[in-house]
Design a protein around this ligand. Sequence first.
Ligand code: FAD
Length: 303
Amino acid sequence: MKKSDIKKVMVYDQGPADQPHPAFWQNMAHLQKLLLGETVEFIRLCCPCENPQQAVLSIEPVIKEEKPDLLVIPATPLGEEAAPSLGIRLNTGVAAHCADIVINGQGRIAYMVPAFGGKVIGEIFIPGSRPAIATVKPGVFPYTEKDTAAYRDILCTCVPEDRCSVRITDIKEIHNQQSSIEKARLIFCGGFGTGSAENWKKLEDLAQRTGGGAGCTRPVVDMGWGPDEYQMIGTSGKTVRPKVYIGFGISGAAHHLCGIKDADIIISINNDKDAEVFMASDYIAALDAGEMIDCLAEKLQQR
Ligand SMILES: Cc1cc2nc3c(=O)[nH]c(=O)nc-3n(C[C@H](O)[C@H](O)[C@H](O)COP(=O)(O)OP(=O)(O)OC[C@H]3O[C@@H](n4cnc5c(N)ncnc54)[C@H](O)[C@@H]3O)c2cc1C
């Protein structure tokens, strides 16, 4: 998208209508300077929402109606969650956590986004889809009282009260044995090598009978063998610190191992004697996962 392609910009403001959030002023000030010389309509999209879901459902119809070319959202906890959902619902691109928004050498709008733990800054482009959505960490763009005065009379579209129709009426905590794997001292963890929903169920029974927790890897969730994401261990799941972790049919991918690195004792069962997971384990057994699960269940039965 070129600078001259931008005719309408919306800047999201989660503050109350009469009290704009500082991040709103920062983003607005930067965008007005960036697009100086172009004929651009700037709109303050004001929607003081209680949660990201409410923000998404409230903002979406306004965006569809107003059709802005660019929507900038502060990367506050609310904005960070709302932006990708809006991106999906509006079928458009999102540049998240921008450290800057610039016009590059070719006159294109580039969203500067840190990558690889902040070691490099990548130029992100959102060429075709509209609106391009960008989230910007509060404080990234400088702003002064002078900016506030200069931009005070920008157009303000407030999402009507009745559009903010989603309210939290109740918060339910999930109380069951599986939700406590972070606290469990003993964890039975099932991987893709456990092979079936039936074996997953047996693992859960083992956990229940021993007062332990049942965890799993990503493929077990994806296969629909029973567990939910809250039982997944790893980068995008839980980090656990049990006294003893027993993994069944798990290969040892880094994404999973990082979630168990603080376990005191790691025991792994895998039918491949060269499995990667064995390198990270204290005790290993090159055996069939299903047979081991049955064997443990039988031993427990005898006690
Ligand atoms: C961004 C990203 C985030 C991710 N986050 C997570 C995460 O949080 N948690 C997570 O778990 N994964 C995560 N993953 C996926 C991860 O990379 C691995 O794909 C996953 O951990 C592999 O799970 P697995 O070991 O159960 O399956 P596989 O890698 O398929 O391994 C199955 C193992 O079972 C063994 N096996 C097969 N049959 C038997 C048998 N009968 N008896 C005994 N052993 C048997 C095989 O030898 C093999 O080693 C993520 C991936 C990405 C890209």
